[in-house]
Structure formats: C-alpha cells, structure tokens
Design a protein around this ligand. Structure first.
Ligand code: ARG
Length: 463
C-alpha cells in the first residue's frame, strides 16, 4: 500500500511505470509560488471558518514560507521521488514540517480548482512579463526609426523590387503589428485573471468560503461563475498560445527580412557579433543564427498551439487527467518567446545600417509607377498609361538604359502628355514627396507617424 493521500480505497500500490507517467512535478514545480500563495490565502479562509486555529494558521504560513525558500534554493531535490505533483508535494512537505495542521489545508478544495487557480496566476504573471518585453521592443523599434529618418531603400513585393520607401517607414511597419500583439496580450488578461478557487472538484465547495476574500488576496480580477466551467476551462491557455504564436510570426517575418537584408547580396544591414556565429570550417562566415532561431522557434511555438488544441479536443465535461498535458506546451512557448523578444531587442539595438548601399540598390525601374501616375493625372486612363510606361520600361531593358535618366524630351516620344514633367521626375525626393498621404512613405507622413507612435507608446508606458 502506498503512502499517497488518496490511497484509502486502494489495496495495491501504483506500478512504478505508471507512477512515472503520472508524475507532473518535473514541470509543474514552476507553479510552486502560485501554489504557496493559494495555500496561504486559502488557510486564512479556513481559519475564518474556524477549521484552523490561529496557531495552526500561523504555523501553516511559517511552514509554507520555509518551503518556498527551500524550493528557491534547492529546487526539485527537496521532494521525495514518488511525489505526484506540486500540490501533493507542498502539502506533504508541510505535513512533515508542522504535523497535523497541514492535513487540514485541503478541506473544501480539490486539486482540480487548485491547479486551475495556480496556472491562471502563473499565466497572468507571464503575460505581464511578455508585455514588459514588448514595451522594450516597441521603444527599441521606434528608436531605430527615429535615428534613421534620412535613409531610403527599395521596397519589395514578391521579393522583387517594387517601389522605393524610406527606411523609417519600413521599420515602422513592424511597430504596428508588435503594438497589436501587445494589445492582444493586454486584452487577454481579463479572461485569464478569473479565479476558479471555491469550485472544488466540480460542484463547488461545501464550505462557506468567502470567494471575494480569496480573489482579493490572490489579486484576481474576477471570480469564476460556474464551478464546472471553472475546473475544465483552458481557453485562456489556448488564447495565450495563440497570442504567442501570432507574436512569434511577427518576429519571424522581421527575422526573415533581416536575414535577407544582411546577406552579402543585399548588404543593407550589418548584424553585431553579439548575435551572430562563425562556421567551424569556413573562417569567412558570419551567420545570422539569432534570426534563424527566431524564425525556427516559430515552428515549435505553433506546434505547441496545435498540441494543446489537440489535447483539449473531444474531452468530456469537467476535469480529466488529459488536462495535466496542458502545461508543458504553454511553458515552452512562454520561455521561447521571452528569449526571442530579448534577443530581438539586442539585435536591433546593435544593428548597423549601410545607408549608401540601401540607396544605391534602388532599381531605377521601380520609379515606373511615377510615369504612369503622371499620365493618368493628365487625363489618360490609367490602363493606357500603364501600357505606355510598360513599353518605356521594355525599351530601357532592351537598350540598357536607366529609366530615371530619361529626360522630358525623350519621354515625349512616347506621349505628348509628358510635356512639363521636367527632368527631375525620377528622384527619390520627388517619389517620396508624391506620397504624403497619411500612412504613406512621404517624409512628412512618416514624421507624423513617428509622433503618433510615440503617443501610443507613452500611453502604454503610463498604464
Ligand atoms: N497534476 C494535476 C494536473 O496538472 C493536478 C490535478 C489533479 N486532479 C485530479 N483529479 N487527479 O492537472
């Protein structure tokens, strides 16, 4: 017969094979602070209900405090090998420390509401951490934008040169999705910070717990409204994994661009030695591993998202042990995204930009739309204008000519409407100034956008 808390109705011990499979301590040890906070708050309620004396409450709190310090210092080694999970582990350590009073702390609760409460507390804290990292990332992005307002570069679609853009405009195209990621995490908190405690196994606790006291003590926003829902709901974990996946995708896109733009062929960006590696055979190499890992980890993060959905699919109502499988994927995604966020910040902070190379890489043909727009504004239907300029482009390619070198006179051979276009129609300054539309790449538009971004960022910082 085993010494397990639930062994009363058993005549045989668990097989070591199954014990190993059943044990979650190796990963749910992460929840120790949350589990101890829960037990502290809960024992106060038990004292209010006269289930614990004042002395018992005191020794429970002191014992829990000691256990917390011991776990911080020595980790998992303080638990006996056959410990099932963090909840049983802490309870049995407490019993060993203070004796019988510890055996009362499970009155009116179940590990079902306990684990759901612990994990909601833990995820709330981790979402706060992610939000902090995102704030740092947003200000790092904005600094890069502000410091390089004079830089211009080719803009791409299909990874082919499309139209020139300002470098600041390009980098701002990452500020907004990251901001949306931040907002998604913020919004999720109201669905995460809901307290299941008091739901017990599934039907609600038979003790007159004051759940409002518990809520306040543990710092939750709300209490759950249905005990059956409370012990089974894991949608807050799906939402967190979804938010992490979307964020990871944003960062993966940045990583992919920066890998391309820092390659020898492009040479727009120079990555710092702090975030690159060498080759074990080729002395010349400097590889963008930090960016590649950012991109690669997105695969794993998305896998974790799919993994949790698959675990939850088709479960019958309330607690099933499958739910123990909800943790590792979430923990892994949180760890990965925090690493990725920190490395991305470091990478941007240490990034160097070759402005000349970027500017000189702009393909003159990418000014072609300027000509079509000019004709269309003079009254020619855009489709016809497009066709005429297509011919000009083709002639340039065939005759080895630079489109932007074509003077007004040469253009008028293709259409009289080019009259008065001037010889400077194909400069980057003209191109940008023609795009002074809100959200566009014109200089004024971008500096307006920077101001707006700063306001948005300061709102976040003040919250
Ligand atoms: N280790 C379990 C988990 O993570 C705790 C809850 C166990 N509940 C139960 N009824 N066996 O889900």
């Amino acid at each position: 017969m085993s010494g397990k808390a639930w062994s009363g109705r058993f005549t045989e011990s668990n097989s070591p094979l199954f014990e190993k499979m059943n044990r979650s301590l190796d990963f749910d040890i992460r929840l120790f602070k949350d589990d101890i906070a829960l037990n502290k708050a809960y024992s106060k309620e038990l004292h209010r209900l006269d289930i614990l004396t004042a002395d018992e409450l005191k020794s429970i709190h002191a014992g829990l405090h000691e256990i917390e310090t011991e776990i911080e210092e020595k980790g998992i080694f303080i638990f006996p090998e056959d410990t099932e999970d963090i909840h049983m582990g802490i309870e049995s350590l407490l019993t060993a420390k203070i004796g019988d009073a510890a055996k009362k702390i499970h009155s009116g609760k179940s590990r079902n509401d306990q684990v759901a409460t612990d994990i909601r507390l833990y995820i709330t804290g981790q979402v706060e951490n992610i939000r902090n990292e995102l704030e740092t990332l947003l200000s790092t992005i904005l600094k890069l934008v502000e410091d390089n307002q004079d830089a211009v570069m080719p803009g791409f679609t299909h990874l082919r040169q499309a139209q020139p853009v300002s470098f600041s405009h390009y980098i701002l195209s990452f500020f907004y999705p990251v901001l949306r990621d931040f907002e998604r995490f913020t919004d999720s908190l109201k669905r995460i910070s809901i307290m299941p405690l008091g739901s017990a196994a599934l039907a609600g606790s038979a003790y007159h717990l004051n759940r409002e006291n518990l809520k306040k003590d543990l710092g939750f926003h709300k209490i759950s409204q249905n005990s059956m829902d409370a012990v089974m709901a894991r949608d807050f974990l799906m939402e967190t994994l979804s938010n992490i996946s979307i964020l990871s995708l944003t960062l993966s896109r940045l990583a992919e661009d920066f890998i391309i733009f820092s390659s020898e062929q492009y040479g727009f960006l120079i990555l710092s030695d702090k975030v690159t590696t060498g080759s074990s055979i080729m002395p010349n190499k400097k590889n963008p591993d930090s960016l590649e890992l950012t991109r690669g980890k997105t695969g794993r993060i998305l896998g974790n998202f799919v993994s949790l959905f698959t675990v939850l699919k088709g479960l019958p109502s309330t607690y099933n042990k499958d739910l123990q499988e909800d943790k590792e994927s979430v923990f892994d995604s949180i760890d990965s995204i925090i690493d990725v966020l920190r490395v991305t910040v470091l990478l941007i902070e240490t990034l160097k930009i070759d402005k000349n190379r970027m500017k000189n890489s702009i393909d003159p043909l990418s000014f072609a739309t300027e000509l079509a727009d000019y004709l269309a504004k003079k009254g020619l239907p855009f489709r016809e204008a497009h066709h005429i300029v297509g011919k000009i482009v083709l002639d340039c390619i065939n005759n080895g000519k630079k489109l932007t070198d074509l003077k007004e006179k040469e253009l008028m051979v293709y259409s009289e409407l080019f009259f008065s276009i001037g010889d400077d129609w194909g400069t980057i300054d003209t191109f940008l100034s023609n795009r002074e539309i809100s959200g566009g790449t014109g200089k004024e538009a971008v500096s307006h956008s920077i101001k707006e971004a700063k306001v948005l960022l300061s709102k976040i910082n003040n919250n």
